[in-house]
Design a protein around this ligand. Sequence first.
Ligand SMILES: Nc1nc2c(c(=O)[nH]1)N[C@H]1C(S)=C(S)[C@@H](COP(=O)(O)OP(=O)(O)OC[C@H]3O[C@@H](n4cnc5c(=O)[nH]c(N)nc54)[C@H](O)[C@@H]3O)O[C@H]1N2
Ligand SMILES: Nc1nc2c(c(=O)[nH]1)N[C@H]1C(S)=C(S)[C@@H](COP(=O)(O)OP(=O)(O)OC[C@H]3O[C@@H](n4cnc5c(=O)[nH]c(N)nc54)[C@H](O)[C@@H]3O)O[C@H]1N2
Ligand code: SF4
Ligand SMILES: [Mo]
Length: 887
Amino acid sequence: MQRREFVKSGISALATLAVGETILLSPQPASAATAALEPLSYKLNAGGNPRKARTDYRTAKVVKSVCLNCSTVCGIEGFVVDNKVVKIRGNPLDPNVASFMTCAKGQSGPTINSYPERLLFPLKRVGARGEGLWKRITWDEAYADMAKRIQKCIDDGHPERVAIHQGRSRYEAEFNRFLDAIGSPVLLNHRSICSSNKRAANYVSLGDTDWESIDAERCRYFLNFGSNFYEAHQGGLHFVRRVIKARFDHGAKLVTFDVRMSNTAGRSDEWFKPFPGTEGAIALAMGHVIMRENLHDRRFMADFVQPGEAKVREWLAPCTPAWAETLSGVPAADIERLAVEFAKAAPTAAAFTNRGTGAHYNGFNAERAVVMLNALVGSVGRVGGYCYGLEEKLTQQRYPQPLPLPPKPKVRTDLEDPPEWPLANRWQKMKVGQVVYDFLAEDRAKIEVYLSYTIVSPMTWPEGRSKTVDVLKSEKLIPFHACSDIIYSEMAHYADLILPDATYLERWGMDIRNNLELQHYVSLRQPMVQPPGEAVSFPEVLINIGKRLGPNQAKYFAYGDHEAFVREQCSKVPTKGPDGMEFKSGFDYMKHYGVYVDTSKPKAYEVYQRVLRPDQLEGSRVDEATGRIIKADASGKERSIGLMVRGEAKRGFATPSRKFEIYAPEVELIAGKLGIKDDGLPSFAQVPWHVGLADDRFILTTFKWNVHTQGRTASQKYLSEIVHDNPMWIHPDVARRLKVVNGDWVELTTYRPKSGALGDKAFRSSEQEKIVGSGRVRVFVTEGIHPRVVAVSNSLGWEFGGRASEGRKGKRSDALVASGHRETAKGMGPAPRFDDLESGVWWDKRAGGRGNGVNINAILPINPSPMVGMQSWYDTVCSIKKVEGKA
Ligand SMILES: Nc1nc2c(c(=O)[nH]1)N[C@H]1C(S)=C(S)[C@@H](COP(=O)(O)OP(=O)(O)OC[C@H]3O[C@@H](n4cnc5c(=O)[nH]c(N)nc54)[C@H](O)[C@@H]3O)O[C@H]1N2
Ligand SMILES: Nc1nc2c(c(=O)[nH]1)N[C@H]1C(S)=C(S)[C@@H](COP(=O)(O)OP(=O)(O)OC[C@H]3O[C@@H](n4cnc5c(=O)[nH]c(N)nc54)[C@H](O)[C@@H]3O)O[C@H]1N2
Ligand code: SF4
Ligand SMILES: [Mo]
């Protein structure tokens, strides 16, 4: 007899699973599903039909918190009725939000709380890894198992074999503390598949790695290189509101470079579609025009820019608009004109980027070239100009963690600090996440305990369904994997232990983001409602594991629970509110307002001009040749702390020269050590394998939707209802050549980077063209794309995650309905009779719908950029063939 006959089947049965019972969870058998939780605000009317229940918002409890449906982390207010979040709106006290506004994703957040397919209990794998067979266990068993394995690594002298791999976590403080306590430095993240070229470029140029905080409301000219901030971008929602205001109030101009007509491109005054990865050349050519026309800011350059004006002029001389036109296809006359307009609008002008420019093999230098434009025209840090971050993070001085603090680990590993990409970890841990699975496969590092959190690498990583899944499946390479998730994701499927998490509306945390009002602020994430079933917030899980470790580790977790941790972090927040209200503690203040804004200091304009105080200067000396002010730090190491400018001791930039470094000696040095030719300037080289691209080859790019966030929103029904399909954008010329029309199917094949005459060293490049993979996609024919580019969005094509993300409608478990079973897991209330997913997933293929799209990451190659290691997402060469007949 098959053992499967003994097990429950399908995520639908999860809610009624008893401790010790077994369940099979994999996408195919889980055909029918049950609603374990009551969908938001639905009641049945007399006729048995669902209708919206009337909610009296005046009587709702209002809880201030922070959204995390994307990385913008907007301050929000949740309206809570009967332990349900019935409405989200913006928290006007949050200086970035400053209104009741949220985006559609923010509105949809509460649906995930009551998603019928939420994970509710700890589950332990009982079949082969990836088979989908699980047994419900207790938290005690789960904690004991994890603590035992981690303790063994510590006792064996290999604490670094414990790794946390996080996606969008916002829990660096908690996770670092946990790993410090056990002695492991291996906190892996997704920064290299996100934005590390930008951070590295800002670090090298300005000494700051955060996103720019453009003074948008006062800005008159926005020169946008590849950001889709009307839909995405870090803090896009805050930014777009201010850009719109600037456009309405004083006619600010918006120019966008994007290979695709994004919503931002479509709403710009001018849109240009360059050949992919040539933004650096365009920016350099604009620099050339600015210098040639003497439109640069002489004084700023003389005081604060390295190298000086003469060198920059000489270096930019060959970068003519005509040169940039041959590379990018953007007319020289336009480059010329835009450069002049931009410079004339300065200092109320800002040139900025996002992943359209950064996610390339040459993205690091392209990012630098764009940021440089602000330095040439002197708009850096100026009112209405290109302003940038405040260094203050969740520091111990300001947001103290409970004492004692564990010491920093002394070991390093190739996993968290790969020597091939030295700029990856220069200032902040950026890591090179997409090579982690490769390194494990190549035995470059060992892991015993892999804890994953808010990351779904089979969906969001390059080679997600090949290399990533191969390694995740291998018990030799990853002997133990515990995954914290809220749904049965593709990541959870390959774990040994599933830890049901509380959603961002059900847990604690502190958050800081760059503030477009240029003042320091911090916000509090607090539970609006209790998590369902036995879901536990992951930071809480780590504390509970920590308490079970030996005394040398457990002492760092003796302070209590995660709430106690956060309370301590708030202990230095003032107790008097902006409206005069008095609170017993900083924690109470934060719970009330949700946010604290430090208005005691002036807005952070021109921070580099700040004059150093006598106490800062004490014990310093000036290097006569460079004007740098040098002082020994606590450890005795000499550092530049400022710059002599026109006889005054100024703060300058946080770079080694204390100037804005167009020329960065550090880059030259690092490149030299790696055998890469680099003069330390943001010079342009085309993506090597794009040079002389054959006629039948295209560049495959990807993009984000306004209503989806990577791998975290497909399970939110109302968002997937809006966007659930992702046909491939192709230009009409291409459609004509391939003889396809809108909606036809094509076969798409991708290739690894080819090593060209330039002697490039791209990851796994080879002389022969090697296929990464191929798949069938539908085409969307549109003028809104560069003729040599095809584009498929990410976020879709889930095989897991429940009915909404899988695009599968279906009834609740028949057994449950038939037996009139009304009881579900503790704290979840009765099972509702109406289930929104039953018929609501109208895009189900089986019902004639379009289905849930494709996961393009399956055929995108792992491809880290030189020095920084950022994934070159938007450089993939592909070919397309028409599929004859019915696909
Ligand atoms: N709605 C929504 N908001 C989000 C997110 C989300 O998933 N959804 N994610 C958040 C995160 S983590 C991030 S990192 C940010 C990312 O925010 P963005 O960088 O603004 O968004 P992306 O879609 O990654 O890329 C931006 C644009 O690059 C274009 N592009 C592709 N190739 C090229 C090229 O070669 N040249 C040029 N010039 N453009 C090109 C794409 O068409 C796309 O419109 O958004 C954050 N906010
Ligand atoms: N092709 C392509 N791929 C991309 C991109 C692209 O532009 N194109 N963008 C890249 C970018 S910018 C980024 S930042 C990465 C992000 O990729 P990831 O680091 O993987 O991050 P997310 O997609 O946010 O993580 C989603 C996972 O977190 C789970 N999750 C959601 N909420 C919670 C929660 O409250 N608790 C827990 N424990 N889990 C939760 C979801 O169920 C899902 O399993 O994707 C990258 N992937
Ligand atoms: S922009 Fe992001 S953080 Fe802000 S409301 Fe929308 S989903 Fe939430
Ligand atoms: Mo990202």
